[in-house]
Design a protein around this ligand. Structure first.
Ligand code: EPZ
Length: 416
């Protein structure tokens, strides 16, 4: 079993490039089956979740290859409409293949998806929307057997702005008969990226980034080229690391606007963060101040994916930070591990009260989910002594060359 060993307690310094966004690349790779041509997806991070998508595409009969940071998919040979349970369980995003496969093949068979254990993650909104668009879905023994003659555009009101459900509807609607209007759609930047991919492929999608998205169905989509946006949660990880450990870091190929909710919280806490084009410079020289109240919200609010990362920094801040986790029910598992490092955290339901301590100490800790694992590394950078972090399979799902990324900022980190 491999682990990462971090010797913390020294300020960071250096420059690192931000990888492409996992949560954009995954739905775009699923969307590539909507056309029978070739999709060239650039800035595609090299992660185990992206590997899982490539394996799903190959299972479906598509050609899918990676060369450097580009994944090329040729979906002309697609000849299956099922996804094996083992691949479905590898990640949550496997479920966005549902709308795409159904649209292309008229049939789909798959099990419920896997993904991080951060609380119940139902897919009722996905299924209800696809049914409203004409799909027949039979749920039996953990499997979904789905059929559709032709998706038909309609108005869909999402009771909450689910990212995955919004993506699934967009994929089902892209080649549907008529226009689909999604009310209360998710507004995350990854939704706008999917819109841009679909439009480059000949789709007619508008409104992404707002809460109403219109998808006018077109008879066919064509192959296209697309570059994935920068990963705003990796950006948040690196900014949190600089806040926790101190020093000065430069992030290149970033999208400062997409990370603005996190930038605002860290700036209030005493970090100096400046943006110039796609570059972000972050420094923290004085004491980190507590962040007051941090409440996770759908975009453009403070992202749930950054909660653990900023909490790791808050553990070392001067004063009390109160987190309210509003999106997922079980997203404080990292807090138990932070306690082993000397943090002072009390949790009651969706609220976590973090009292900053003067010192964190290195310890043996284990990632319980993707962002929680990265948060433990952030805390380790600020801790005195050596931290051994296991459970790396979670981190490898979302971070490309995690140790190299932090080593580029001067961190003393190695995988053993
Ligand atoms: C996406 O998950 C991201 N994953 C998550 O990132 C992210 O935390 C989340 O959006 C919120 O921003 C990907 O993009 C692959 P949701 P998703 O549907 O689509 C409830 C990471 O670390 N809900 O917006 O699964 C759900 O339980 C991952 O990269 C239903 O009730 O999130 C949750 O409370 C972790 N029924 C809320 O909506 C449904 O049918 C938001 O979930 C769907 C969702």
């Amino acid at each position: 079993m491999s682990a990462i060993v971090i010797t913390g307690g020294k300020p960071l310094s250096g420059s690192v490039r931000v990888q492409g966004a996992k949560n954009s690349a995954l739905p775009i790779l699923a969307a590539s089956v909507l056309n029978a041509g070739q999709s060239v997806v650039g800035n595609c991070p090299d992660l185990s979740d992206v590997d899982s998508s490539i394996r799903i595409l190959r299972h479906l009969g598509c050609a899918a290859e990676r060369a450097g940071d580009t994944v090329t998919v040729n979906a002309s040979g697609m000849n299956r409409f099922d996804i094996p349970e083992s691949l479905m369980r590898e990640m949550r995003s496997s479920v966005v293949f549902l709308g795409a496969i159904l649209s292309r093949a008229g049939e789909a068979v798959m099990s419920y998806p896997g993904g991080c254990d951060i609380g119940p993650r139902p897919i009722d909104l996905h299924l209800s929307a696809l049914r409203q668009m004409g799909a027949e879905i039979c749920e039996e023994g953990g499997f979904l057997r789905c059929k559709v003659k032709e998706f038909t555009g309609c108005g869909i009101h999402l009771p909450l702005p689910s990212v995955g459900a919004t993506e699934n509807i967009m994929l089902a609607a892209a080649r549907a008969r008529g226009t689909t209007r999604i009310f209360n759609a998710a507004r995350e930047p990854e939704i706008a990226d999917l819109q841009n991919y679909l439009n480059a492929a000949g789709g007619r999608v508008s409104g992404a980034g707002s809460s109403t998205i219109d998808v006018e169905g077109v008879p066919e989509l064509r192959g296209t080229e697309h570059r994935v946006i920068p990963d705003r949660i990796v950006t948040a990880t690196l900014l949190s690391a600089a806040a926790a450990a101190g020093g000065e870091v430069t992030l290149t190929d970033a999208c400062p606007l997409d990370a603005s909710a996190v930038i605002s919280v860290l700036t209030d806490a005493g970090c100096e963060i400046t943006a110039r084009g796609t570059e972000l410079r972050a420094s923290r020289r004085g004491t980190l101040r507590a962040m007051g109240r941090v409440r996770t919200m759908p975009h453009p609010g403070f992202p749930t994916d950054a909660q653990a990362l900023v909490m790791a920094a808050a553990c070392r801040a001067d004063g009390v930070t109160v987190f309210s986790e509003k999106i997922f029910q079980n997203r404080y598992q990292h807090a138990m591990e932070l306690l082993r490092m000397g943090a002072d955290i009390q949790i009651e339901g969706e609220v976590a009260v973090v009292r900053g301590v003067p010192k964190l100490y290195g310890a043996r800790v284990c990632s319980t989910d993707l962002r929680g694992g990265a948060a433990l590394a952030v805390a380790a950078l600020a801790a005195e002594g050596e931290t051994e972090l296991s459970g790396l399979e979670h981190i490898d799902r979302g971070y490309e060359k995690f140790e190299a990324m932090l080593a580029a900022l001067g961190a003393d980190i190695k995988r053993v």
